[in-house]
Design a protein around this ligand. Structure first.
Ligand code: ATP
Ligand code: MG
Length: 429
């Protein structure tokens, strides 16, 4: 059985490893190979005069990024990575890699993001890239655990739907027999319907599709949304939940992924709860005093406003009490001040991470909210019906998984946080 490379120490006597040829250095009578598996890198040293002929032959024929099986004695040696090297009596090529490689895996030659994404299978062999996806896996694992521990039911809702969640235009139409259908932009309506079903606490971690044409470093056309919905809860309850999750995810990643974080050179600063809850009206004042563009009460927060606010706040914060006008119809207006609603955004200093709200649970109010947005209540009949037969008050949010990972690891582009990004120009691989 092959041994994970990271478990080979200077004290190991004999080891068999399987991995990829990370680097080859041939000094004539002496050659060095770095062999890599997902746990680490080890130096393999061949002294041609002393080595078996079969070993010398295979070592001569092998190319970088080939898969090999190497076995031999281990020696402590200070200059080698991990303070040890392997002197092989077996060096077997399992899968020879073609030459030249489309992409340099050893990170000596920096590649453009596009080239890297084209050859993602090679790009992901780089320890830094593997580390991002180890952290992403940990983040999603921790969120599952936390939500299960709080009694949530994990649900899966349809991704092929007949109507837009918010009546917007950002939808991908698809051919669905003789009907018009779309890829769902959010599980919003379905998770709310499960409140009518009495599930009380649900979550879904799944894809959302947005036909946004712009190409930014924080938008994807297929993203992963972490969605929750909770009955008998208001916006503050679900802000508390979101805050707990963010803090716990950071601290669990710091505890369980030290190797990946070290690989990325990231020192995780665990955010401190409670996060400031800044009313929209104040947020607009702060932002408009700091940016050149005109920004007035009732405007959406643009990129410049978000950045200016982020600089001012310097940490995670919520923007609360949004004008009802600019939030979706399902956000609950304050009873005593219906011009503002119980919606919030969770912001990282760099960008929005999540949007949520206490929802409208009264059928007639919801119909009038839908109509006031210029939408037809008829096309929402499947969604509205449950509100007529006992819908509890409820609240929830959607949190972008890629944005969470991107901001946590300070990645420059959201595409770094997804294996095979879908954007305006990219449909393969
Ligand atoms: P933004 O204004 O930043 O484009 P949004 O307000 O349109 O985001 P929501 O509909 O509120 O997004 O979706 C909830 C969360 O899902 C967002 O806060 C974000 O984290 C994530 N999200 C939404 N759209 C995208 C996207 N195109 N790419 C990546 N993540 C997204
Ligand atoms: Mg939003």
């Amino acid at each position: 059985m092959a041994q994970p490379i990271s478990t080979v120490t200077p004290e190991t006597e004999y080891a068999e490893i399987h991995g990829w040829v990370h680097e080859i250095r041939d000094l004539g009578g002496l050659s060095f190979f770095l062999i890599r598996d997902r746990t680490g890198i080890i130096q393999v040293t061949i002294v041609k005069k002393k080595a078996l002929e079969a070993v010398v032959e295979a070592a001569k024929a092998v190319s970088r990024e080939s898969v090999v099986r190497v076995a031999g004695t281990v020696k402590g040696i200070e200059k080698a990575p991990g303070g040890r090297e392997l002197v092989p009596d077996t060096f077997e090529i399992i899968a020879l890699a073609a030459v030249p490689l489309p992409l340099d895996v050893s990170e000596k030659v920096p590649a453009e993001l596009d080239t890297r994404l084209d050859g993602r299978y090679l790009d992901a062999r780089r320890p830094r890239v593997t580390a991002v996806f180890q952290v992403r896996s940990c983040v999603l694992g921790v969120i599952h655990e936390l939500l299960y521990a709080e009694g949530f039911i994990n649900i899966q809702t349809p991704k092929v739907v007949a109507a837009a969640t918010e009546g917007g235009t950002e939808l991908f139409p698809i051919a669905y027999f003789e009907k018009e259908a779309f890829l769902n932009q959010s599980p919003q309506l379905y998770k709310q319907m499960m409140m009518a079903a009495g599930f009380e606490k649900v979550f879904e971690i799944g894809p959302i599709f947005r036909a946004e044409e712009h190409n930014t470093t924080r938008h994807l056309n297929e993203a992963t949304s972490i969605d929750v919905e909770v009955s008998f809860a208001d916006h503050h309850d679900v802000m508390d939940l979101l805050e707990r999750i963010i803090v716990e995810v950071y601290s669990r990643v710091a505890d369980t992924c030290p190797a990946a974080l070290a690989q990325l050179g990231t020192d995780l600063d665990v955010p401190k709860a409670p996060f400031p809850r800044l009313p929209y009206a104040e947020a607009i004042d702060i932002a408009s005093s700091r940016i050149e563009e005109d920004l007035a009460y009732g405007d959406d927060m643009g990129t410049a406003a978000e950045r200016a606010l982020g600089e001012e706040m310097g940490e995670h914060y919520f923007i609360t009490d949004w004008p009802t006008e600019i939030k979706p119809y399902y956000a609950m207006p304050y009873e005593d001040d219906p011009g503002i609603c119980k919606a919030f955004d969770l912001m990282h200093p760099r960008m929005e991470l999540s949007s949520g709200a206490q929802r409208v649970h009264d059928h007639d109010l919801l119909v009038s909210r839908i109509e006031s947005k210029g939408l037809s209540a008829e096309s929402f009949e499947f969604y509205l019906e449950p509100f007529r037969y006992g819908m509890p008050p409820h609240a929830g949010w959607g949190l972008g998984a890629e944005r969470l990972v991107m901001t946590m690891l300070d990645l420059p582009n959201i595409r770094e946080a997804v294996l095979f990004p879908r954007d305006r120009h990219r449909l393969t691989p």
